[in-house]
Design a protein around this ligand. Sequence first.
Ligand code: SAM
Length: 277
Amino acid sequence: MDHPELRIPIRGDKFSLNVSVKALLHHRDTEFQTIDIYDTDTFGKALLLDGHIQFTSLDEHAYHESLVQIPLLNLPNAKRALVIGGGDGGVIRELCKHPSIERVDMVEIDPGVIEACKLALPELNAGAFEDSRVKVHVEDAFAFVKRAFEPYDLIVADSTDVYEDEEGGLSEALFTDEFYRDCLRLMTEDGLLVTQADNLVFCPYSLEGILSLFGRIFPKTGAYQGLVPSFGGFSGFAWASKGASLSPTLPALASDIPLRYLNETLYSFAFSSLSFN
Ligand code: SAM
C-alpha cells in the first residue's frame, strides 16, 4: 500500500523534504506550539514543531553528538551542564554518558514536548529523564538564566530556530545579546557554550549572525559542522568561551564514551573549512 506524502519545509517555501508517512504517532496542540511525531519510511520517527523538523531517528545521533560530544569531549572534568530547550531528551542522553557530569539543569518552556517525546519516542532519551543527575525546569530559558547563579562547565542551547518570515517565535529572545550576556555570567572560567546554528549550505547567514552576536559578548568563539541529512546536509554549530577552545583532533576521552557518529575522521571533518557560497 502506498503511504501518504508529507512535505517538511527546510527553508520555508524554497526547499523541502517529501517523506512518505506510515503513521502519525502523536499529535497535540499546546499553548506554545503544535507537536507532531510521525513514523516515516525513510527517516524513521520524526518530530515536527509547528511543521518544522526537529530531528529524525535516522540521523539524530549525528546532530546530538555534534552538539554535545564535540564540546564535552574537550572538557574531561565537566561537572555541571545547562541545557536550553532540548525537551526531546537527546541532549541530556548525551550528557549522561559522561561519568564526570554531576548535575544537569534542562530548561524547556513546553512540557508538552517532554510528554509527547517520552510517550512516542522513549528510545531517544534512553532513560536520561530518570537519571538522578538531571533536573528538568519547565520555564522560559530567558527568565531562567537571568536569575540562575550556578557556574556551568557546559551550556548547550538546543532551542527551536527563529524561522524566516515568522514573527514572535518562542525562541526569539534566546538569540539576543541580553540572553548570552546572562549565559556568560553563568559559565566557569574554563567552560564552553554551544548552540546549533542551522544549515551551513542553504542559510550560512544563520551561523554568521550567531558568530557576530557571540563576538560582541564572549572573548573566544568558533564554529564547526556535522552531517545531518534530514536538516539538508551540513549543519552548523557555534561555540563560545571565556578562553577555552576546542581541539581540532579527537580528544582521548572519546575512547571512554559510547559514540555512534563521531570518530577521528568525522571529528576532524567538523573543523575543516567549507565553501559553497
Ligand atoms: N534539534 C532541534 C533543532 O534543530 O531545532 C531542537 C530540538 S528541541 C525539541 C527545541 C526545544 O526548544 C523545543 O522543545 C522548544 O519548546 C524549546 N524552546 C523554544 N524556545 C524556548 C525558550 N524560550 N525556553 C526554553 N525552551 C524553549
